[in-house]
Design a protein around this ligand. Sequence first.
Ligand code: MLT
Length: 394
Amino acid sequence: MASVNSNYNNLKQNYLFYEVGQRAKKYSGQNPDKKVIKLGIGDVTLPLAPVVVEAMKKAADDMSKAETFKGYGPEQGYGFLKDAIAGYYARRGVRLSTDEIFVSDGAKSDLGNILDIFGKDNRVLIPDPVYPVYVDTNTMDGRDISFVDANIENGFLPLPQEGMKADIIYLCSPDNPTGAAYNKEQLKKWVDFANAQSAVILFDAAYEAFVADENLPHSIFEIDGARTCAIEFCSLSKTAGFTGTRCGYTVVPNELEADGVKLNKLWLRRQTTKFNGVSYIVQRGAEAVFSDEGIRQTRENIDYYRRNARVITDALDRLGIWYCGGLNSPYIWLRCPNDMKSWDFFDYLLSEANVVGTPGEGFGRCGEGFFRLTSFSDYDSTREAMSRIEALLK
Ligand code: MLT
């Protein structure tokens, strides 16, 4: 008789963003006359940049002719895209060899899939609150998870502490959900800690393109020592509006080893077995993101979202509500007014202002009493949502 993975019994009933979506859908179904504005899941609203669309059209054309048609591509990505990604890192002085870059269908998939190459007995350390994928995927495997608290006192940027033990450490910077971003000195502390413990940092850089402060790092590989302790995950979802198009990349340095085994080789083995690569058309579009014109056009879109973030933070300033994020991140993390609990505030905003956000408790115990708004909506909806919120809370 087939049996199931009983670790699934230890998960919350629903994935956070599915739960938020279901509740919003139920409310809209019961209140069809209300115009609900969604500032919940971090999904982009601007279309792909023109240079990306042109590259994809040309690639579609390539697929129509026998001479340029492509069948299976390399599982780890076409050379043209890996060269473009290596060039993007080189702009900040990070040298990568192309065999360290693995193109994927997004950071979320790789952050879950990478666990295939790690033993189930690894001790996992995860900041709280956190992007729920890290916790859920390790829970599915039955790994032992401990948490390091992120809170107002440490600026939602926890650091290694005396006596902490870990084999796998998750870090996300700029952080989802809080929008806080580590500086180089802080990241160096994590790198030194990981190297001292022979631990591996799984570094989620999905929001690096939102870093506005030029002193902040975009990649963990800007930190000395990271090549022997870190894997970096990145995605074009937020950088270039690829949430529906799907393309990301994972960097596994050749020096990185666990149990005397090179993790790059193990990940290559895993990917060549279980993954058949991202479509040629999408990879050509992704290549265009890293061209000078692609960088210029996608940065214009990011500036548009930054303007939305300012609409949100200006309204919170007027209301006197505590928040962080929004400067180097598309997310604004705020304290629920009047000591409300996160899900109560979610219900209150939905029913009274018809605005959907994400309850902080969904990101972990330390998120209770907090709430996340995203700047990825369109400008007019963001303004409308914030004027409703101001009218409700003032
Ligand atoms: C979020 O809202 O946290 C993100 O959109 C989720 C994701 O990127 O998977």
